[in-house]
Design a protein around this ligand. Structure first.
Ligand code: ZN
Length: 319
């Protein structure tokens, strides 16, 4: 149907206020389980999704969009917070299913979407036994990709727009997304992960975390004064001030990793993080801990922090 403004209106999408005005969450059901990776569906006069999730979730997301009355030509943009496979793996499949959609991504991520082989190989090395749960990444034709600089805006019309903010830390190319009409922040993994409403805990995987950058990004996001905050894993954090919680934990984990690395290298870094900032102290509830365990993200966190401490203590010689 066509609204009085002449804009296309998408059936049951109006009004859409499940998470925030005009923003709904599609549970991508990673590994067939609930509440791990959120795909944010944002509707102005045009429709975009933020983070389609893993390739193994592409059909789930496609079905959800179809159920919302979004036809093959109705998706305007696929916006990516970063190119880890749990966020971007479905991009190529969804770009093929929705041939009008632009794919919007940080400049350091664009080439990997067009030519995913290296990214998929490197990811498999990190994910190990869990690689099949995520799947791979189908290539997106280069001409479909829009490179987003800092403060890039994807205007969806109807007063709805996605402002993309460079927020390195979890990954050097990470961008958070602010829907400016409603003041809704989709923080990706910049703050951390909160599974099963068990509390926010940083996500610091290999191979490119940066603790100082991560804390600066958290400060930048706090300064936005967003009315609503969502993280990719999963939806709204429970903390009243998720920025303060995230900053404190990032800081303590970075300090522990550096102190431990000076004592005993990578193993020392991991041991100090486990001793000083145990995930169990921040994450409550068996359901949340079981998910962290199943995903292996806690182990990835220790590897990432140890590698960062190594880079911090042994910076490469200037070129
Ligand atoms: Zn993630």
């Amino acid at each position: 149907m066509v609204s009085s403004m002449g804009h296309r209106v998408y059936g049951r999408l109006v009004p859409m206020d499940d998470f925030a005005p005009r923003i709904r969450i599609i549970d991508t059901k990673l590994g067939g389980r609930d509440g791990i990776t959120a795909c944010y569906l944002v509707q102005g006069d045009r429709v975009a999704i933020v983070d389609p999730g893993a390739q193994t979730s592409a059909q789930t997301v496609r079905d959800a969009l179809t159920a919302e009355g979004i036809g093959p030509d109705d998706l305007y943009a696929i916006v990516l917070t970063h190119i880890h496979l749990d966020h971007c793996g479905g991009t190529g499949d969804l770009a093929a299913a929705f041939p009008q959609a632009r794919v919007v991504v940080h400049g350091r991520g664009a080439r990997h979407l067009a030519d995913p082989e290296r990214l998929v190989t490197a990811s498999a090395a990190v994910y190990g036994d869990m690689a099949d749960v995520y799947g791979g990444l189908a290539a997106t034709p280069e001409e479909r990709i829009d490179v987003a600089p800092d403060d890039h805006v994807v205007d969806l019309g109807g007063g709805v727009a996605l402002r993309m903010l460079e927020t390195p830390g979890h990954a050097f190319h990470h961008m958070s997304v602010l829907e400016t009409g409603s003041g809704t922040l989709m923080a990706g993994d910049a703050l951390g992960v909160e599974l099963a409403r068990g509390g926010l805990y940083p996500s610091t995987p290999p191979a490119a975390i940066d603790v100082a950058a991560g804390r600066a990004s958290i400060a930048r996001l706090k300064g936005l004064g967003a009315a609503t905050v969502g993280v990719a894993h999963f939806a709204a954090p429970t903390a009243a001030d998720p920025f303060a919680v995230a900053d404190e934990l990032w800081g303590r984990m970075g300090d522990a990793a550096l102190a431990g690395f000076r004592e005993g290298g990578a193993e020392g870094a991991a041991a100090r993080v486990v001793a000083d900032v145990p995930m169990q102290s921040a994450v409550t509830g068996d359901a949340a801990r079981e998910l962290w365990e199943w995903l292996g993200w806690h182990r990835d966190n220790l590897d990432g922090l140890a590698a960062w401490a190594d880079r911090h203590e042994n910076p490469p010689p200037p070129k």
